[in-house]
Design a protein around this ligand. Sequence first.
Ligand code: CO
Length: 506
Amino acid sequence: MQTFQVYEQGSTVPEKSYNRGDWQRGYESLEKEFDYWIDDVEGEIPQELQGTLFRNGPGLLDIKGQRIHHPFDGDGMISRITFSNGRAHFRNRFVRTQEYLEEQKAGKILYRGVFGTQKPGGWLANALNFKLKNIANTNVIYWGGKLLALWEAAEPYRLEPYTLETLGKEYFNGVLSEGEAFSAHPRVDFSCAQDNGAPSLVNFSIKPGLSTTITIFELNTEGKIVRQHAHSVPGFAFIHDFAITPNYCIFFQNPVTFNPIPFVLGMRGAGECIKFQPEQPTRLIIISRNPKQKGVKIIETRAGFVFHHVNAIEREDEIVIDSLCYESLPEVQPESDFRQVDFDALKPGQLWRFHLNLKDETVHRELLVSRCCEFPTLHPQKVGRPYRYLYMGGAHAESGNAPLQAFMKVDLESGKQQLWSAAPHGFASEPIFVPRTPHIPASQGGTKGGEDDGWVLALVYDSEYHRSDVVILDAKDFHKEPIARLHLKHHVPYGLHGSFTSECFV
Ligand code: CO
């Protein structure tokens, strides 16, 4: 195994890099919707940085004072940061789902959430009530001329990219049916062989049950679903993300069981009825992207619990996949308050590499990064292909579990890591890598100026001023101070995922 050397910037952070009270304030609701040019800027926004960063995440952590049980149950709010000619513009808007509108009008919680939010009135008010809220809060993508807010358990919501107005649910010309799932973790194959080298957006849906149906969707650049194929795998599956290569989709079926009874009785959210089974293996499910290839390959291994994958590549008889693994599922407890989480009592997510041998159906794994980390990202043209650099959120301290306060760059070739930390007052989120020179086709060499020639963009919550910053890091060197730090006029509650498009919406 490689040994990884960590280089840290000099810092004056006290022994514990954060204060839980500071961290908690990043989970205050942001009710107001803003629309302004960002004037308070430290450093300089690069002129070459042109395009739009979209972010999604729970904007409301309460409905008029009634607290929701878990951030994953919070109404989706889109933040949009547009970079144009050395300036940046901010806008945020809630996704006006049917349920958001109803609850805002009523001024109270009307729907149960998957992660334990219950209607007031105890279990009697919730029993046998299976009407969950489509909260559209997990990711936002711009694809085929459509801006889509994604939530894995139902259809996407389409938004107008200039105004962020909600246009309605998206069914892709009737390919999706009412309420059909469409995951929040699509992957873009920059040069899809099945489409003569044109980009393809690959996504999936999970239909749980005693056996699970996994459906693969591939969309062309016009946003049309051009390939769709469904596969059945044994057992219940809780799958949030997947990875792709030019030929395969790879899923990790985490070792969990689902007991619906407390949910049916109105005592727990559906997500709280999932139980991690540490003695059971993880099943790695490999599905061909070619719809004519029937059947799935399943290989068992020990992998703990996985929410997110970084990337996968094909190498001779192997698929190599890099994933963030937890020793167990961080379970949501019905009586607990997520704000009171004891970080030290939980195991950190760590970066592992899995080698799946397709010939002899064996797996071997190695630990690449032991520091607590989450929200990995990479060069958009390297998805499914050999790659050298990845970026992710990380804890300030090298060991133990803690909130994300830093950004890491990992060089998979040399094993070197770089860290830029916002501790003690700053709290990190998902970073997005933006290449300096986008849109160079793979046939013309793909990247130019090196795989790390570009910027890493991210929102950082600054608890000292109770506001969020848009941070622009030079992807080549995390040891340097950020190229620019854009101070917003307010905070943005900790978000989930987002994406960048080179089109400017303002
Ligand atoms: Co995710």
